[in-house]
Design a protein around this ligand. Structure first.
Ligand SMILES: *Cc1c(COP(=O)(O)O)cnc(C)c1O
Length: 461
């Protein structure tokens, strides 16, 4: 007779190198938080116990990747590692051409500058901060065409990242196809809670855009996590391999921008990959101005090598099962004690619903920012606001954009924390939940012009 439930996702690795963590007292954290203006981005990493700020560049590399770092070919031009990466991008993503960049936003910058004319529209399935900013800096206007369910943290739609093709079609009717630079399809959708897009939706998006001669650019940052959800949730894909699903997803798009700091298990790196020869030539030329020569794009040879090896590891089923499994483990534990989170649980993070967690705090007193601050105070856990502060101000009116979703993101670095750490996290959330009625709002005292969530400062009300 078995009494214990079987664990579905044990980590498919053992630990070879350790990095000590530092614990602090509540008094210490109170001071640190005040000095950081109640913005978790402004805390010092040494003052953080468990860092769930982001899964970006915080991955633990494998012994194989570290070994690859020693094989960095640091030639200025034509590095061996560039050709290795090009091979792997062609093999797993299927695009013909590769332009490496220092990280994802480098690729977003290039494609925005090349394809967007001032006055153009750029529809996409919910905005991402850097993506939208590069589109706007190039003179474009972002238009959100994600399905309505994505804005409802309680909707159980299995593919809340889907584009609403009706919304896209009416935009095309309204402004004309020639004023749409391209459509961004993000897989998964970070700002919606790490929600995936279905293969069927991508296929239909391709049919619609092909009819109007509009390009599709995939934000492939977490496309491997998205592929895992397709395998789990979409009829007909249960027995497809991860590489087959990824290739099919990419086949419905013309290009991708990639932050290797997420899916690809590295600490720095990204790329633009695409099929059109003319656009490739322009991108290869422009990258020299902003990033570096087209065979290194702002990266060292060793970084290119680590990313090439990371692709191969990221598509392994045992890796992705444990990666998404760990996030689901935390999410399900929180649900089981009644904590309001975004469902279904996303691929890279659990999102606390601050509107339901702290209903007494008005959105203009930054409930998600408050909750992130309280979690740090409680136990030294660092998380991130994804609500009104991240949404920024309207480009035209200058007013605060009031997003429906007011979330705190608990983001899990890949291969970094153990299950015991996960338990500490859920216990801390529970402790804040127990004293939630006593928590008060914040007031902004400093606000920078761009991507304000990184540097805004607050005071307690
Ligand atoms: C992180 C991220 C980016 C930008 O990539 P960087 O490497 O941080 O520049 C773009 N899109 C999504 C969905 C991301 O999560």
């Amino acid at each position: 007779m078995h009494k214990l439930e079987k664990r579905a996702w044990a980590e498919p690795f053992k630990i070879k190198v350790v990095e000590p963590l530092r614990m602090t007292t509540r008094e210490y954290r109170e001071r640190a938080l005040e000095e950081a203006g109640y913005n978790t981005f402004l805390l010092r990493s040494r003052d953080v116990y468990i860092d769930l700020l982001t899964d970006s560049g915080t991955n633990a590399m494998s012994d194989n990747q570290w070994a690859g770092m020693m094989l960095g070919d640091e030639a200025y031009a034509g590095s061996e590692n560039y050709y290795h990466l090009e091979d792997k991008v062609r093999q797993y993503y299927g695009y013909k051409y590769l332009v490496p960049t220092h990280q994802g936003r480098g690729a977003e910058h290039l494609i925005s500058q090349i394809l967007i004319k001032p006055g153009d529209f750029v529809p996409g399935n919910m905005y991402f901060t850097t993506t939208r900013l590069h589109q706007e800096l190039a003179g474009g206007t972002f238009v959100d065409v994600i399905i309505d369910e994505a804005h409802d943290p309680e909707s159980l739609h299995p593919f809340k990242g889907n584009l609403d093709l009706g919304k896209l079609e009416s935009l095309i009717q309204r402004v004309g196809a020639n004023r749409i630079s391209y459509v961004t399809a993000a897989a998964t959708v970070n700002m919606a809670g790490g929600q995936p897009i279905s293969m069927q939706n991508l296929r239909e998006l391709r049919q619609l855009t092909a009819k109007h001669g509009i390009r599709v650019v995939l934000d492939a940052t977490r496309a491997i996590e998205n592929a895992w959800f397709i395998k789990q949730r979409e009829a007909g894909y249960e027995s497809h391999s991860m590489p087959d699903i990824l290739l099919e997803m990419c086949s419905y798009t013309d290009a991708c921008t990639m932050s290797g700091k997420k899916d690809l298990l590295v600490n720095i790196g990204g790329f633009l990959a695409l099929n059109d020869t003319g656009i490739f030539e322009e991108a290869r030329n422009l990258v020299v101005v902003y990033e570096g020569l087209h065979t290194y794009g702002g990266l060292a040879g060793r970084d290119l090598e680590a990313m090439a090896r990371g692709i191969e590891e990221a598509v392994q089923e045992d890796h992705i099962r444990a990666r998404v499994g760990q996030v689901e483990y935390v999410g399900e534990r929180l649900l089981s004690i009644g904590i309001p989170i975004v469902v279904p649980i996303g691929g890279h993070a659990v999102f606390l619903d601050a509107k339901r967690f702290l209903p007494q705090i008005d959105q203009l007193q930054f409930p998600a920012q408050v909750l992130a601050a309280e979690l740090y105070l409680e136990s030294g856990i660092r998380t991130m606001e994804r609500g009104i502060v991240s949404a920024g101000r309207d480009k035209v009116t200058g007013e605060n954009v009031m997003p429906k979703l007011e979330l705190v993101r608990l983001t899990f670095p890949r291969r970094v924390y153990t299950q015991a750490h996960c338990d500490v996290v859920t216990e801390a959330v529970e402790a804040v939940y127990d004293r939630r009625k006593k928590v008060r709002g914040l007031r902004m005292v400093y606000e920078p012009k761009y991507l304000r969530f990184f540097q805004t400062r607050f005071e307690r009300l």
